[in-house]
Design a protein around this ligand. Structure first.
Ligand SMILES: *Cc1c(COP(=O)(O)O)cnc(C)c1O
Length: 376
């Protein structure tokens, strides 16, 4: 085959083949493009009722959703929030931005989620909340976490950005937090281009989030502010995409899980790589992305493997870089001399292979073939 014609297999290609175009055109034709448009409410209502929460507050991205959640709970200077070190910067950043202190626990070597058995030892009189994050499509073991939270009267901020439609013991992810958040970035199961949502059953918290999202404008005296908020609103254009995506949610989830099973089938006899758990005692893997962890016996780390796959036109992403190893947090004086060996190993040896909904079976087979070649 002519090498120049070999298409790059991108790490993520979204599927926009439903009514996205129709709904977007409707926004343009009606002139409703701002956050005041009708799709925003429709998206909030459909999404929150699908997950099973009373209130949904749509925002401009998942990071903003985390920031509002932390703010809405009144967390601030002197407070501590416990979260996994193996996660995205957005989680710890939301805590640091309000002047609070992030306190981390290591990952579980098999599930890659936070090791919930390490939480209790990290609780102090300053701890205000726990922030579980469902990593790469496998839910966190919530029962022990919720038990610790209730015994110590801590709030729970659930980051379900990678867990659309996933269940823990039959109950939807996104219903476990006092506030739960989702992201709709294009690599997420449901996308709005950029977007996020906060879910809660607590009316007061919902009102707090709505106000903070909208610059804390007041109803009676619009341009007089008691508090500083943010402009984190979602536009009608984004919500229009979201409404079209929601119609395909079940199909998308089935497809991801089918892709996960196929990759597992194709990869399972390759020596030297560890695959994601297809299920645990409490949840099935939704395979939001398909991660692999290279054994040290391969003599390769993730960076080298990513380079080799890139030369063969296969897109990849590294695993998360742990929060306790972030230069920005070291400079701020957090996590001094702390070490979390599981997360450090995942960061060094882990990567994910193309996992977007637009990927074909042939592409998946070719990804595996190249992995096999590289690993000899
Ligand atoms: C994507 C993601 C976010 C952030 O969402 P954005 O919409 O990209 O800001 C937060 N948490 C987790 C776990 C994510 O995967």
């Amino acid at each position: 085959m002519d090498n120049k014609k070999v298409q790059f297999v991108s790490v993520n290609l979204p599927l926009l083949d439903g009514r996205e175009e129709e709904y977007l055109l409707k926004c343009i034709r009606t002139g409703w493009i701002s956050s005041e448009g009708p799709y925003v409410r429709e998206f909030e209502d459909s999404f929150s009722s699908k997950i099973g929460c009373r209130f949904g507050i749509a925002v401009c991205n998942g990071t903003a959703a985390l920031e509002l959640a932390v703010r809405a709970l009144g967390i601030g200077p002197g407070d501590e929030v416990i979260l996994p070190t193996f996660t995205i910067i957005s989680c710890a950043a939301a805590i640091v931005r309000v002047g609070a202190t992030p306190v981390v626990v290591d990952a579980d070597p098999k599930t890659w989620n936070m090791d919930v058995s390490q939480i209790e030892a990290k609780i102090t009189s300053n701890t205000k909340a726990i922030m579980p994050v469902h990593i790469y499509g496998l839910p966190v073991d919530m029962d022990p976490l919720l038990d610790v939270a209730s015994r110590h009267q801590l709030k729970v901020i659930e980051d379900a950005a990678e867990a659309h439609g996933l269940k823990y013991k039959g109950r939807n992810c996104g219903t476990f937090g006092n506030l739960s958040i989702f992201s709709f970035y294009p690599n997420k199961l449901i996308t709005t281009g950029e977007g996020g949502m906060i879910l809660t059953d607590d009316e007061m918290l919902a009102e707090r989030c709505k106000s903070l999202r909208n610059l804390c404008f007041q109803i009676e005296r619009r341009f007089v502010h008691e508090e500083l908020g943010y402009n984190y609103r979602m536009t009608n254009l984004q919500a229009a995409l979201g409404c079209a995506q929601l119609e395909q949610w079940d199909r998308f989830l089935e497809r991801k899980q089918k892709m996960g099973r196929l990759y597992t089938q194709l990869l399972k006899d390759i020596q030297g790589i560890e695959l994601p758990l297809p299920q645990t005692g409490y949840a099935d893997n939704g395979f939001w992305v398909y991660g692999i962890v290279l054994d040290e016996s391969t003599g390769m780390d993730a960076a080298e493997m990513m380079g080799r796959l890139g030369e063969l036109k296969i897109g990849t992403r590294p695993f998360f870089w742990p929060m306790h190893r972030q230069p920005v947090f070291e400079k701020l004086g957090f996590f001094q001399n702390e070490s979390y060996p599981v997360a450090e190993r995942l960061a060094r040896q882990g990567l994910y292979i193309p996992s977007g909904l637009g990927l074909t079976e042939e592409q998946m087979e070719s990804v595996v073939k190249k992995l096999r070649e590289i690993l000899g």
